[in-house]
Ligand binder design. Structure first.
Ligand SMILES: Nc1ncnc2c1ncn2[C@@H]1O[C@H](COP(=O)(O)OP(=O)(O)OP(=O)(O)O)[C@@H](O)[C@H]1O
Ligand SMILES: [Mg+2]
Length: 406
């Protein structure tokens, strides 16, 4: 996403102020959005997976907004017991419950004029949500045990890693509060979608931890970097930080190999974008085999699609609904649809007598595979290389050799 120079300057300021690492366009767009909304007194909802880095955003909004000289209070709604949360947020009067020996101001009163960051906002009990809605709509609240309406002027930034719309559907989150909070939504992309940022962050954390523990710095081998780029990082930046911390301590001074990374990462086929990489014992031969198999299956699909395009009037074969047919090859004939059968246009499976199609050469199949992957990734070479599980350099070489347009 292109930014104008002012945006760039704003993003740079925010990154510098909070030591934020990353150049991924979607991530920068989130920072840009926070900088743009900062001077406007609107509620903001920050969403994103756990560990993605949501906590920088309320700070950016507060520090680059008009309330920067007033208080900033961060409240983790999930960490406060249900029985005391109203008192923590709104305060209480002396004697309002057992143990309320004196009156106490709540965060909303303390932060008057400033910003309250409600982290894990989905964890708020429904009764507290009703009180919060009132503050947001009118600035009014009641202390626990008091009938005197008080006023406060606060800006709310909330964050969540749960799907609030689903929470609304389940009756766990008030719909009116959801709309009120989500005037502006900032979405922090998951780490696995941030490409090279994974390596930038790993380098930064490695340097920070070796400084903290006074250990010799670690470096990452090319293979280790590649494995990290293919990992799905379910715990996002927090997980990366923890892993780099361990490596910085226990492998100080060494170049981290792919094996070391794979051993440090929780394993599981679905945790890698390329399943074969999940096995530490996995060799390049197996990886090549995996790539080869992928090429062959894409090739088969492509050649079938070609046939389908060239010989439009093939005999039609019925498949029971739900039968296993390659979905990309099925075209339903709406007129023939009934409850029991769907009628895909038939795909020549090669058994048809007189099939004289020349087999596709390996080079042609490679060209088609790479071209298809490039199209699928809108020409993004990094993503394409990751999808095909080849290095970026190999992809560029292939593009040249196969005469593909860039
Ligand atoms: N882009 C980044 N640059 C530097 N450090 C980062 C970045 N993103 C996240 N971190 C670090 O990763 C850790 C996790 O980030 P953070 O606490 O903001 O996650 P979160 O999205 O709030 O997760 P949760 O939903 O679990 O609260 C923090 O230590 C944070 O400083
Ligand atoms: Mg958080």
């Amino acid at each position: 996403m292109p930014f104008n120079p002012d945006d760039d300057e704003n993003i740079r300021k925010a990154k510098q102020r909070f030591s934020i690492i990353g150049n991924n366009p979607a991530f920068l767009a989130a920072i840009d959005r926070a900088m743009k909304v900062a001077p406007i007194d609107l509620s903001v909802l920050v969403t994103g997976e756990s560990g993605a880095g949501k906590e920088f955003f309320p700070k950016i909004i507060h520090n680059f907004g008009a309330r920067k000289h007033k208080k900033y209070i961060a409240v983790n709604c999930g960490a406060i017991p249900e029985g005391t949360i109203d008192s923590e947020l709104f305060g209480h009067e002396k004697g309002s419950f057992t143990g309320a020996l004196s009156a106490r101001k709540g965060y909303f009163e303390e932060a008057d004029g400033g910003t309250v960051f409600l982290d894990e906002v989905a964890e708020l009990p429904l009764t507290t949500q009703a009180r919060l809605l009132r503050v947001l709509e009118t600035g009014e609240f009641l202390k626990v045990g008091s009938s005197t309406v008080q006023k406060t002027d606060i800006r709310i930034v909330a964050a969540t890693n749960v799907d609030l719309i689903k929470a609304v559907e389940k009756g766990k989150f008030r719909e009116d509060l959801y709309y009120r909070l989500s005037t502006v939504v900032i979405t922090v992309p998951p780490l696995r979608e941030r490409g090279e940022d994974i390596i930038l962050l790993a380098r930064k954390f490695a340097a920070d931890f070796s400084e903290k523990y006074l250990t010799a710095p670690i470096t990452l081998s090319d293979d280790a970097r590649r494995a990290m780029m293919l990992y799905r990082w379910p715990g996002n930046v927090r997980q990366l930080k923890n892993i780099v911390e361990q490596l910085a301590l226990f492998d100080a001074g060494s170049e981290i190999s792919r094996r070391t990374i794979l051993e440090a990462l929780p394993s599981g086929e679905d945790l890698f974008k390329t399943p074969a990489i999940a096995h530490p014992e996995h060799s390049y031969e197996r990886e090549r085999e995996f790539l080869w198999q992928s090429l062959l299956s894409i090739k088969a699909e492509l050649s079938e699609l070609k046939k389908e395009l060239h010989h439009g009037e093939q005999p039609v074969r019925n498949y029971p609904r739900g039968a296993k047919t390659p979905t990309s090859l099925i075209k339903y004939n709406a007129d023939d649809a009934d409850d029991t059968f769907c009628t895909p246009l038939v795909i020549d499976d090669g058994d048809t007598p007189g099939d004289t199609e020349t087999p596709i050469s390996l080079e042609e199949s490679e060209r088609e595979t790479i071209a298809a992957a490039l199209r699928q990734n809108d020409g993004d070479k990094k993503k394409t290389a990751a999808q095909l599980d080849i290095s970026l350099r190999t992809l560029y070489r292939k593009i040249r050799e196969l005469g593909l347009t860039q």
